[in-house]
Design a protein around this ligand. Structure first.
Ligand code: XMP
Length: 597
C-alpha cells in the first residue's frame, strides 16, 4: 500500500495530519522524528510536523538529514517548516509577535502545492518563531501581514514548507493543499473505511492471540464503539464489558447504557456500583491532575474488585481501552509533546500495563470523526454515535474544587483587562479561580476573565481574543449571562461531594434537554456545564455554560446558542437550589481547552 509518513516532533496537530491524509484516501502513519532515513525509503512522501520546541533551542528535536537525499517530496509544517529551512541553509528568528489563530495569506508565486487556491486565503497560525531567510533554491509562494515566508517551495527538489497548519479546519482550504501534496507524491487514493475496519480487526486478533479481553464501558461513543468492535473481531465469548457507576455520571446515564447494551443483545456486559469508593477517594482533593489520577486508579481498583467478585483469573485477560488519539497527545503520550493534561486512561498504572503488553487500544490512532464513522459502519444507532462526547472522569472534572485560599491578582493585570473591555463599552474583572488552557502546544493554568455588557456575540468574540492575546495570565473569557449588580465573587473551600454533584447534574440535565428541544443538539459538538467554587453575594455557586463546535476536539470554537434556548436554560437552571450566577464561556481552543480542568 502506498503511504505517507508524518514525522512527529510533538506538535498538538501531528496526528491530525495523518488523519487528514487518510481522509483523502491515502494511508498515513506517524513515525518517530528520529527514525533512520533508510526506513523511510518505502514511503511516497514525508511530512514534518509542528512541535512545542523552538528550532533555536539547543535540545530541539531534529531529523536524519539522509531523508533529504531520498528524492521524496517533503512538506514541513510550522516547526517542520522552520527545521527544513534551517537544515538547508536558511535562518529562523524569534518572531517579534506571536501569531495565534486565523490569518490571511496572499499567494505570490505559482506552485502545484497551492493549486486551485484563491489569491488570498484564510489559514490557521500558531507560532512564535519565523523563517527569516529561505534556503537557496527556494521561492516564497505565500505571505501574511506578519509572516513573510508563510509558504515556500523548492520545486526542483519537491521540498515545501508552510508556517501555518493546513490540517486544522480553520485553514479553510487546508485539505486542498494536503490533497495537492498527495498528488505531488504521486499516491493512489485507495484507503477507505472498509480497509480501515479490516486492518483494525486483524490487528486486534493478532495482538490478543488466545487471551480474552476486558473493557470498561462507560457508554460514551468511544467505549461503545470499542466494545462493539472487539465483539465483532473476537466474538462475544472472548470479550467482557464492565460498566462502573462511579458517581460522576450524568443523570440517568448508567441505566441508559445498560438498557441499550441489553436491548442490542450484548449479554457480556456486567455492571457494578462503586460510587461510594470513588467519592471517598476524591474527598478533599482540589488539584485537577490529582483528581484525574485518582479517578484513573480507582477504575483499576474497581475492576480488580469486580474480577474477584466474578471469580475471574486476571492472567487470562488483557485490558482494552477506548482511548482515542487526543487523549494520548494531550497526556504527553508521544516523545516530544508537552503535558496538557493526564487523561484518566494514561495514569501510571495503565502506562505500566502498556509496557507489559497487557493493554490493547484499537482506537488509539483515531479521532472522534473517524470513531463515529467506524461506529456507523458497525451498525451502532445514530443516537449513540452522535452523542456529545463525555470525558472519562465525567463530572469529576466539571466540579471545580478549591481550598478557598485566594491568590492575589496583580493590579496591572486587572487594569489592563478593564482598559481593553472599556474600549468596547464592557466591564471586566478577573475571576479568582484557575483553569487549564493550551497555547502554542503548551499547557497553561491561569485565570478566566469575566466580562459584562451587551450580548453581541461578534463583539464578545473580538474582546475575548484580544484579552487572551494580550494578557498572558488570562487564558479564558466568560460572559455574564445572569449576574448580580456587584460582580463580587468569593472563592470558597469546596470539594467533590454528592451535594455539589447533584447540583451540577441537575443543571447539565436541563441543558441537554433544552438542546434536544430546540433542535440544537446536533449543531453543538459538546456542551460541558461547569460548577465553580465561587459564590455570589447571596452565597450561591456559579456555573459556566460551554457550548463549542469542533471536528476532532484538538481545536474548538465557542458557539452562541439561540436566544430562546439560552433564556430557557437560564430560567430553569436558576431555579436549582444553590445555583447563583451563570456565565457563558466565549473562548476558543486554543487558547482555552474545552473542559475547564
Ligand atoms: P479538552 O478539555 O482537552 O478536551 O479540550 C478535549 C476532549 O477530550 C475530553 N476530555 C477527556 N476525555 N478523559 C477522557 O476520556 C479525560 O480525562 C478527558 N479530559 C477531556 C473533553 O471532554 C473533550 O471532548
Amino acid at each position: 500500500m502506498e503511504k505517507i509518513a508524518v514525522l512527529d516532533f510533538g506538535g498538538q496537530y501531528a496526528h491530525l495530519i495523518a488523519n487528514r491524509i487518510r481522509r483523502l484516501g491515502v494511508y498515513s502513519e506517524i513515525v518517530s522524528s528520529d527514525i533512520a532515513a533508510s526506513r523511510l525509503a518505502t514511503y511516497k512522501g514525508i511530512i514534518l510536523s509542528g512541535s512545542p520546541f523552538s528550532v533555536l533551542d539547543k535540545q530541539s528535536p531534529e531529523f536524519d538529514s539522509g531523508l533529504l537525499d531520498l528524492k521524496l517530496p517533503v512538506l514541513g509544517l510550522c516547526y517542520g517548516h522552520q527545521l527544513l529551512a534551517t537544515k538547508l541553509g536558511g535562518a529562523v528568528c524569534k518572531g517579534e509577535k506571536r501569531e495565534y489563530g486565523r490569518a490571511m495569506i496572499s499567494l505570490s508565486a505559482k506552485s502545484p502545492l497551492l493549486d486551485g487556491l484563491q489569491g488570498t486565503e484564510q489559514v490557521w497560525m500558531s507560532h512564535g518563531d519565523a523563517v527569516e531567510k529561505i534556503p537557496e533554491g527556494f521561492v516564497t509562494i505565500a505571505s501574511t501581514q506578519d509572516c513573510t515566508h508563510a509558504a515556500v517551495a523548492d520545486h526542483s527538489r519537491n521540498f515545501y514548507g508552510l508556517q501555518f497548519h493546513p490540517e486544522v479546519t480553520d485553514s479553510i482550504n487546508g485539505m486542498k493543499i494536503l490533497s495537492n501534496f498527495i498528488d505531488i507524491c504521486g499516491c493512489k487514493r485507495d484507503w477507505n473505511s472498509n480497509t480501515f475496519f479490516e486492518e483494525i480487526a486483524g490487528t486486534i486478533r493478532s495482538i490478543c492471540g488466545d487471551r480474552k479481553v476486558f473493557l470498561l464501558v462507560s457508554g460514551g461513543v468511544d467505549s461503545s464503539v470499542a466494545f462493539t468492535l472487539l465483539n465483532k473481531a473476537l466474538g462475544s465469548s472472548k470479550v467482557l464489558g464492565l460498566h462502573i457507576d462511579n458517581g460522576l455520571m450524568r443523570q440517568g446515564e448508567s441505566s441508559a447504557v445498560i438498557e441499550y447494551m441489553r436491548e442490542n443483545g450484548f449479554d457480556n456486559l456486567k455492571v457494578i456500583d462503586a460510587s461510594g469508593d470513588f467519592l471517598k477517594a476524591l474527598e478533599g482533593v482540589t488539584d485537577p491532575e490529582k483528581k484525574r489520577t485518582i479517578i484513573g486508579n480507582m477504575f483499576l481498583t474497581a475492576k480488580e474488585k469486580a474480577f474477584e467478585e466474578f471469580g475471574l483469573n486476571a492472567d487470562e485477560w488483557i485490558l482494552a481501552q477506548g482511548t482515542i488519539y487526543p487523549d494520548t497527545i494531550e497526556s504527553a503520550g508521544t516523545k516530544h509533546a508537552d503535558l496538557i493534561k493526564t487523561h484518566h486512561n494514561r495514569v501510571d498504572l495503565i502506562l505500566e500495563l502498556i509496557r507489559l503488553g497487557r493493554v490493547i487500544e484499537p482506537l488509539s490512532q483515531l479521532y472522534k470523526d473517524e470513531v463515529r464513522e467506524l461506529g456507523e459502519k458497525l451498525g451502532l444507532p445514530g443516537k449513540l454515535v452522535w452523542r456529545h462526547p463525555f470525558p472519562g472522569p465525567g463530572l469529576g472534572v466539571r466540579v471545580l474544587c478549591s481550598d478557598g485560599k485566594e491568590e492575589l491578582i496583580p493590579a496591572e493585570v486587572s487594569s489592563c483587562l478593564q482598559k481593553l473591555a472599556e474600549s468596547k463599552n464592557y466591564s471586566a474583572s478577573v475571576l479568582p479561580v484557575r483553569c487549564v488552557g493550551v497555547q502554542g502546544d503548551e499547557r497553561s493554568y491561569a485565570h478566566p476573565a469575566l466580562i459584562t455588557g451587551k450580548c453581541d456575540w461578534k463583539i464578545l468574540e473580538d474582546i475575548s481574543t484580544n484579552i487572551t492575546n494580550s494578557i498572558r495570565s488570562v487564558n479564558r473569557v466568560v460572559y455574564g449571562i445572569k449576574t448580580g449588580k456587584s460582580l463580587q465573587y468569593r472563592l470558597i473551600s469546596a470539594f467533590i461531594t454528592r451535594e455539589r454533584l447533584e447540583k451540577l447534574r441537575a443543571a447539565d440535565y436541563i441543558v441537554t434537554e433544552q438542546l434536544y428541544k430546540s433542535g440544537e443538539y446536533g449543531l453543538v459538538w459538546q456542551m460541558p456545564v461547569v460548577l465553580l467554587p465561587l459564590v455570589n453575594e447571596a452565597g450561591d455557586e456559579c456555573i459556566v455554560l460551554r457550548p463549542i463546535v469542533s471536528q476532532e476536539a484538538m481545536t474548538a470554537r465557542f458557539t452562541p446558542l439561540r436566544k430562546d434556548t439560552l433564556d430557557a436554560i437560564v430560567e430553569r437552571a436558576s431555579s436549582i437550589k444553590g445555583i447563583g450566577d451563570i456565565f457563558y464561556d466565549i473562548t476558543h481552543k486554543p487558547p482555552a481547552t474545552i473542559e475547564w480542568e
